[in-house]
Design a binder for this molecule. Structure first.
Ligand code: SF4
Length: 328
């Protein structure tokens, strides 16, 4: 591992100032992703700004919903009574990720910043436009079983690996950030990027901006929810495909739907057209089958991930059935 400077400020302004003053500086929270990347030589920051002393751990209900501090651990969020009662989809998604030990260390802010698990990104002997812009994409003509179906580019076909991000996307989260130029709020749908010509950029944060909290609006989607993650083994594995489903059902009619998929794109993949299709429809197998097909419009597979063209709609269909309680 390369040598690096280490600082541990106690307040947000000190942290954002410390990071802006360094050419190759990164924030360190739980370290469950960044330290691995440093050990493997994928990233080599000259300075780490450890933010674990910042007062950003609170989880608080408010009139508009809930505010989750960026340093709240994944476990603290998933176990919080207000999250379990009002946002069970988020708790399900978080608990589908990683291991208990990792969830104890990983933070909400860090989870939002998680890097892809594309094997070529981790292998410093291979070309990867995300790790080294302009070097090429090893996965395009290589082994691309885990890769994207939607929104990819000729520069990168990687997927976002987070489960939490998929639920936050379905639940219309807002990410609050602070930087030397001030504070701003970013809709979760605008936070993560598609790769385009710049896959080295995972998100829309400006240099030096720090995630301070994530807000969720008050939600009627607290009863008929499900997070289904399909993976190669039953725990401690990243999703081949996942589906976050939240339905508001009254008298067997879908009043509203919030849907997103994971493991299929460079960002959590919100299914707004499928949501619009479901609104006002009865809960039925036929309706859900149609919804799953609509969700796949525009999908494009690569040599080794063609199975996802079947797996993805089946995952969504099963999640819709489980969330609604449909037995058929
Ligand atoms: Fe790198 Fe993206 Fe290609 Fe993977 S898919 S090798 S992360 S550029």
């Amino acid at each position: 591992m390369n040598q690096f400077q280490y600082v541990r400020p106690a307040q947000v302004p000190g942290a954002t100032k410390a990071i802006t003053n360094g050419a190759n500086t990164q924030f360190l929270a739980g370290g469950t992703n960044l330290i691995d990347l440093m050990k493997m030589g994928v990233v080599a920051p000259e300075k780490l700004v450890d933010i674990n002393n910042l007062p950003l751990k609170k989880i608080e209900g408010n009139a508009g919903g809930i505010s989750i501090g960026a340093l709240a651990s994944n476990t603290e969020v998933a176990e919080h009574p207000l999250i379990k009662a009002n946002y069970p989809l988020l708790a399900l998604a978080i608990n589908a990720g990683a291991s208990p030990q990792l969830r104890n260390m990983a933070t909400v802010g860090g989870n939002l910043m998680q890097r892809t698990r594309c094997p070529y990104f981790f292998d410093t002997a291979m070309p990867c436009n995300k790790r080294m812009p302009g070097s090429g994409c090893g996965a395009l003509e290589g082994y691309n079983r885990m890769h994207a179906l939607f929104g990819a580019s000729d520069k990168c076909i990687a997927v976002n690996p987070s489960d939490m991000n998929v639920a936050l996307t379905a639940l219309d989260a807002t990410v609050h950030v602070s930087g030397v130029k001030g504070k701003r709020a970013i809709k979760i749908s605008d936070f993560h990027r598609l790769p385009g010509q710049h896959p080295e950029l995972d998100n829309t944060l400006q240099k030096g901006e720090l995630i301070t909290s994530v807000d969720l609006p008050a939600s009627p989607f607290n009863k008929n929810v499900h997070y289904l993650k399909v993976r190669d083994r039953t725990s401690y594995a990243f999703a081949l495909v996942s589906a976050a489903v939240a339905l508001n059902i009254e008298n067997n009619t879908i009043q509203g739907a919030r849907l997103a998929m994971g493991g299929v794109a460079h960002k959590p993949w919100r299914l707004t057209e499928t949501e619009a299709f479901l609104k006002g429809k009865p809960v039925s197998l036929d309706v859900f089958k149609q919804a799953a097909q609509i969700a796949m419009q525009g999908a494009k597979a690569y040599e080794h991930n063609k199975f996802k063209l079947t797996l993805a709609p089946n995952t969504l269909l099963q999640a819709l059935k489980t969330a609604s309680g449909l037995k058929a």
